[in-house]
Design a protein around this ligand. Structure first.
Ligand code: SF4
Length: 394
């Protein structure tokens, strides 16, 4: 379905839904200087498409702002790709259009993802001055040999300098990504990486397990035996040391992959797990509004030429109910199992709920989940094996 057809068919309903609560706004900036060896995301290094991208994104912001009648937003997240590849004036232009077509709550969280390679303190100061109060750095590791193997365009020294600069530039919150499962990583080395990041002002850490499911250069190296990755138990020990040590440093694991100091949780990302509405703009962005879930075209060229298509899913009440444990169990606080049970009765899906309860009790005996009063949540071991648990809700 194309965007115009989507607005025509569902516009009135979408507009009403967008009035119910403030939205999150996500912008996908698909440019990267080079392709990292582990990357299978939609991105491009074709700089000549930059102007066209800015024009198309501007148009998209205007179209959606008008279609939803200048909705209120309280989080904005620029992700990628590498949004920090954009110049100050390009960011200022798009930010200005967002201000014109959306109502931004004064206390909004505004995040930009950044790559520590090729950035200046002046750029950071200027971006902070545009209203961004949170920056999320793709650090990944602080070992130069691993950064090279990952095809990252920065060194560990540049990464630490970038973290220090963010503080100097005045960002209220600084996040950094850390990848686990790289060759020769030891529990001590990932702990020291996290510690250095914290000592350089980071108040939020996102931890990712290296994922080589899709084709990428690193996968080819591993399959050819030129790189040896740690086995499952070794990866588990990397995860476990962070689970043990980060809370001692004041970082709470508020979600499976995310640790933060108090008041530094990502408000935007929580919208995904709490099933709050968000609008995604750009060539490969996902949106959630009421029962509607849609993703824009994966092709940057088609999107740039206005030929982009949307993949739309309209969830029925049972589908929406099934999303509650699938997303909510990612959060450290877990979900209310009694409330889920009441909704099951209301929706006539009690047998399915009983089957879930039966399987969850098995997970409890295996030490993967804990039932406490009406709540259920994952244990440390459960977080590591969360995919196994989540399969029952799909
Ligand atoms: S910076 Fe991110 S999106 Fe760009 S190539 Fe590297 S991993 Fe992929």
């Amino acid at each position: 379905m194309d965007t115009q057809g989507f607005h025509k068919e569902y516009g009135v309903h979408l507009k009403a839904l967008a009035k119910q609560e403030p939205l999150g706004l996500y912008l996908h900036v698909p440019f990267c200087k080079d392709r990292c060896t582990y990357c299978s995301f939609v991105r491009t290094s074709e700089e000549e498409n930059r102007d066209l991208f800015i024009r198309t994104l501007t148009k998209e912001v205007q179209q959606w702002g008008q279609a939803l009648d200048r909705p209120t937003i309280n989080t904005i997240y620029w992700g990628g790709g590498t949004p920090s590849i954009l110049s100050e004036s390009e960011v200022a232009h798009i930010a200005g259009v967002i201000h014109e077509y959306f109502q931004i709550e004064p206390s909004s969280e505004q995040t930009i993802e950044a790559n520590p390679g090729a950035l200046s303190l002046e750029w950071l100061k200027c971006i902070q001055g545009l209203g961004f109060n949170r920056i999320s750095w793709g650090v990944q590791t602080l070992h130069d040999d691993l950064l090279k193997a990952l095809g990252r365009i920065h060194s560990s020294e540049q990464a630490l300098q970038a973290l220090g600069w963010s503080k100097q530039a005045g960002f209220s919150h600084i996040s950094a990504d850390l990848i686990l499962g790289l060759p020769n990583q030891s529990p001590e080395s990932v702990y020291v990486d996290a510690l250095k990041m914290i000592n350089h002002g980071v108040d939020h850490i996102s931890i990712y397990l290296l994922d080589l499911d899709k084709a990428c250069a690193l996968k080819t190296e591993v399959e050819a035996g030129r790189l040896i990755l740690p086995n499952e138990d070794q990866v588990a020990s990397l995860y476990e040391i962070l689970q043990d040590q980060l809370p001692r440093l004041g970082f709470t694991p508020y979600e499976i992959s995310n640790y933060s100091k108090q008041e530094a949780q990502s408000r935007h990302n929580q919208k995904y797990w709490r099933r709050h509405p968000y609008l995604g703009l750009g060539p490969s962005a996902a949106s959630h509004l009421g029962p509607y879930r849609w993703t824009s075209d994966l092709s940057i060229t088609a999107w740039n030429q206005g030929r982009g298509q949307l993949t739309l899913e309209v969830l029925d009440p049972v589908d929406e109910w099934m999303e509650i444990p699938l997303l909510g169990l990612r959060l450290d606080e877990g979900i209310d199992w009694n409330e889920l049970s009441m909704k099951a009765s209301h929706l006539n899906v009690v047998p399915l709920f009983h089957s879930w309860t039966h399987q969850m009790k098995h997970f409890e005996m295996a030490g993967l989940v804990i039932f406490e009063d009406s709540k259920v949540r994952l244990t440390t071991k459960g977080r590591l094996l969360s995919n196994e648990i989540f399969q029952i809700f799909v």
